[in-house]
Design a protein around this ligand. Structure first.
Ligand SMILES: CC(C)(COP(=O)(O)OP(=O)(O)OC[C@H]1O[C@@H](n2cnc3c(N)ncnc32)[C@H](O)[C@@H]1OP(=O)(O)O)[C@@H](O)C(=O)NCCC(=O)NCCS
Length: 203
């Protein structure tokens, strides 16, 4: 995904804000025991919550972004998305320890998407490196799709680097299909963008 890419065609848009609040689910239990011993988040009580990001999350989001993306968005770009009425920037957080009920203020991952004329456009997604393969991206994509269903969107679209196997597998697992390719789309490496979409049933 690239800020200012094909999805930024400037069409005006119905309002969409805070579509998913306090979304919670059990984390992916598929972690082997050896890894779990070293992993403070491997707890039966771990929950992933997804809610709209706020200004104070931006430092944490930028840290993940700079560590995750070849062409990271700037701080200004995230501030812009938080302030856009038609954009959703959702943050995933881990809640560890049912007894304390404490929630880590630290952002574990985020997704940014727009709702434009019956379409959800996913613009950005990343998960903190140390917290990958725990189902966090899955919860974020579920939240984006859930918002699409609430808004009666017909389709969820995105673009992904050709070589990004992890992201492509993630999207395929939701039923996204490849609809096209834009050669030489990404920066200096001139990598192709793969266009993917998921059709949503509309009533
Ligand atoms: C892609 C990314 C967001 C996935 O986040 P994650 O929280 O680790 O993903 P999840 O744990 O929710 O994985 C869900 C599914 O995605 C697929 N998947 C995720 N990472 C994968 C990997 N490294 N290799 C193969 N499949 C992978 C699997 O199908 C996985 O299900 P499983 O764990 O039951 O096998 C993360 O790797 C990341 O931040 N990458 C850098 C930024 C990026 O590429 N963003 C996407 C731009 S389009």
């Amino acid at each position: 995904m690239r800020k200012g890419g094909i999805f930024r065609h400037g069409k005006e848009i119905e309002g969409l804000r805070g579509g998913v609040l306090g979304y919670a689910a059990q984390a992916n239990p598929k972690i082997d025991d050896a890894r779990a011993e070293k992993d403070p988040f491997r707890m039966e009580t771990m929950e992933i919550t997804v809610s709209p990001a706020v200004q104070s999350d931006i430092a944490s989001i930028l840290e993940i972004e700079n560590d995750s993306q070849l062409e990271p968005w700037s701080k200004r770009a995230f501030v812009e998305e938080i302030n856009r009425a038609d954009s959703n920037l959702l943050a995933a957080r881990l809640q560890t320890g049912a007894s304390s009920g404490e929630s880590s203020p630290q952002v574990a991952g985020y997704v940014c998407f727009w709702s434009i004329q019956g379409e959800i456009q996913i613009l950005n997604l990343a998960v903190r490196k140390t917290l990958r393969r725990k189902g966090i991206a899955r919860k974020l994509i579920e939240a984006a799709i859930g918002t699409g269903r609430e808004r009666h969107a017909a389709v969820v679209t995105l673009e992904v680097r050709n070589s990004n196997v992890a992201a492509r597998k993630l999207y395929e697992s939701f039923g996204f299909i490849v609809t096209g390719e834009r050669p030489n789309y990404y920066g200096a490496l001139k990598e192709s963008a793969i266009l993917m979409e998921l059709r949503l049933k509309t009533n």
